[in-house]
Design a protein around this ligand. Structure first.
Ligand code: GLC
Length: 566
């Protein structure tokens, strides 16, 4: 067995004649970000939950993997009603994750390894245990305390009907009644009351929060539910036809939903940008924005707003060349128009892991690897979710008794929620919890079937998914072509996609069930074994450098011709 360290990497250093990287562009435009779900990454204190010390202890792994920056999901003081997205103190660390000193040590250790640290910012709502909400709960209707949230009188003669017909994202109504008869709005769980951003005190408080973390050396933020911070004036009912589309899981984002994507949100995001710009060192923000199409998304990354917004297009497609192409085009035709790069996502803590979305098992794994090489070759920034690099699937058979997602209770135990993509990472050993924790009682159980997927096992295997990611990230880090913006489609047979980056870097993805023709050229990296007969196997992506002869030919013919003429 070789450790991957011993395997010669087919990297820009060894196979290309590319010019050295220029550093004139801000780092975030083509960075590889790695999302850490802190509860699931690594447990440093043996309580069965991941924490900041556990993360710090594993930074060498992330450095070897080759990521540029981390995004940490919330580690703030929280009752944990929504996995920490219910924040009770946004400027402190929850004891389950450690202390502020642990955070400072983490930032220092990451920076020492050349890794930037970005963190979640949750501006749409606080926890109902935040002092502001406790005060609002105890205060009078119409008071300053209530004006920080969205309190309204109910409908009906006794006011016992909610103020409007808005549903919560997690099921049930988006309103909860307080003892004096008023209702408060929560687009998510009842424990997550929405803030009223038209109240200036709210913006001032978030400026304080931003500065608190920027002063500690934080490199940027992921802005949670950025499209939700402003609601339509007057909080009008959602039209019945729109409500029907929202209830149909396939059409979750109709453009006339008064809960989301209102114009005022851009004013609030500009205020964030002004704070970020007042700090040295290219601090940045990426928005979680679920918009109805790339043209709406692009409005969030205009030059004085967020730096990036997740290009979620790739999480919404089936394993199909046509769907992938349409998704990539939607993103690439809209973001550059405002000068922003795309920020490609395949998985995160809210979405079924892509290995499972693409079919699971051996096929899902092959497709997941092919999708990874596609993602990592697109122009722009890339977001990886912890475990992507191990090819982890979702765990869909968690016992009901361990489920923690608020959707499970709010839907009367019909929607199981997102715990299946939040199962802790397997590090080493032959039995659960695979080195994640010294305690067997982990917050979610790791399946015994993950034994071949541990980091230690995959580091030892040249062809593992982890080795593939390491090679791809190594190549990408050194490639000025992949850091650039040059991109053009190349004609290719049905069920395949092919594109060129720069002069001679070609990517071909075979979405089909059988072999496809492979253009001539030098293979840089392939997501799976190549047959050696000049074809590209099913569910495989290949990175290639076109041969000079092929490039000359391509002046007159398309790669489709080259690929189909064999
Ligand atoms: C975002 C988070 C998700 C959370 C929700 C409410 O969508 O990614 O995990 O439940 O916001 O904060």
């Amino acid at each position: 067995m070789h450790r991957v360290d011993d395997v010669p990497m087919r990297s820009a250093g060894s196979t290309s004649t590319e010019p050295p990287l220029s550093h004139s562009e801000p780092w975030w435009r083509s960075a590889v970000f790695y999302q850490v779900y802190p509860k699931s990454f690594a447990d440093g204190n043996g309580d069965g939950l991941g924490d900041l010390i556990g993360l710090r202890d594993r930074l060498d792994y992330l450095q070897q993997l080759g990521v540029d920056a981390l995004w940490l999901s919330p580690f703030y003081t929280s009752p944990g009603a929504d996995g920490g997205y219910d924040v009770a103190d946004p400027t402190d660390v929850d004891p389950i994750f450690g202390t502020i000193a642990d955070f400072d040590a983490l930032v220092a250790a990451a920076h020492a390894r050349g890794i930037r640290v970005t963190i979640d910012l949750v501006p749409n709502h606080f926890s109902n245990q935040h002092p502001w909400f406790r005060e609002a709960f105890a205060a009078e209707p119409g008071s300053r305390e209530r004006a920080r949230f969205i309190f309204r009188d109910g409908q009906g003669p006794r006011g016992d009907l909610p103020p409007n017909n808005w549903p919560s994202v997690f099921g049930g109504p988006a309103w909860t009644r307080v003892p004096d008869g008023q209702w408060y709005l929560h687009l998510f769980a009842a424990e997550q009351p929405d803030l009223d951003w038209s109240t200036p005190e709210v913006a001032a408080e978030f400026e304080r929060i931003l500065r608190f973390w920027l002063d500690r050396g934080t490199d940027g933020f992921r802005v949670d539910v950025a499209h939700g911070m402003a609601k339509a004036t007057g909080l009008p009912d959602i039209a019945a036809s729109t409500l029907a589309k929202i209830n149909d899981a396939d059409h979750m984002r109709p453009s006339d939903d008064p809960r989301w994507d209102q114009d005022e949100v851009h004013e609030y995001l500009r205020a964030f940008r002004r704070v970020l710009d007042s700090y040295p060192g290219d601090r940045m923000a990426v928005g979680e924005v679920w918009a109805s199409g790339g043209h709406r998304l692009a409005r969030y990354v205009r030059p004085d707003e967020l730096h990036l917004a997740f290009s979620f297009q790739l999480v919404e497609v089936a394993w199909s060349a046509n769907e992938f192409r349409a998704a990539i085009e939607d993103a690439m035709q809209t973001m550059p128009a405002v000068g922003a790069p795309c920020a490609w996502v395949l998985s995160n803590h809210d979405i079924d892991r892509h290995v499972s979305r693409f079919g699971g098992g051996t096929v899902g794994t092959a497709r997941g690897r092919a999708a990874a090489l596609l993602q990592l070759a697109l122009p722009g920034a890339v977001y990886l979710y912890n475990g992507d690099e191990l090819g982890l699937p979702n765990v869909d058979d968690l016992p009901d008794s361990v489920l923690q997602d608020p959707a499970w209770d709010r839907t009367g135990h019909t929607v199981r929620g997102r715990d299946g993509e939040r199962v802790p990472l397997p590090w080493d050993g032959d039995t659960p919890p695979f080195g994640f924790s010294s305690s067997a009682a982990t917050w979610l159980p790791l399946p015994a079937s993950w034994q071949p997927l541990t980091v230690a096992r995959q580091l030892d295997e040249v062809d593992s998914t982890l080795s593939l990611y390491r090679r791809a990230l190594d190549y990408r880090a050194k490639s000025s072509t992949l850091h650039g913006n040059d991109f053009s489609w190349i004609g290719s047979p049905d069920d395949t996609l092919a594109f060129r980056r720069g002069e001679d870097f070609v990517v071909v993805v075979n979405f089909g069930g059988g072999p496809a023709p492979k253009p001539p050229g030098q293979v840089v990296l392939a997501s799976g074994p190549l047959d050696g007969d000049g074809t590209l196997p099913a569910n495989t992506t290949v990175w290639m450098r076109e041969e000079k002869a092929a490039m000359d030919r391509s002046a007159g013919t398309s790669i489709r011709d080259q690929m189909t003429s064999g």
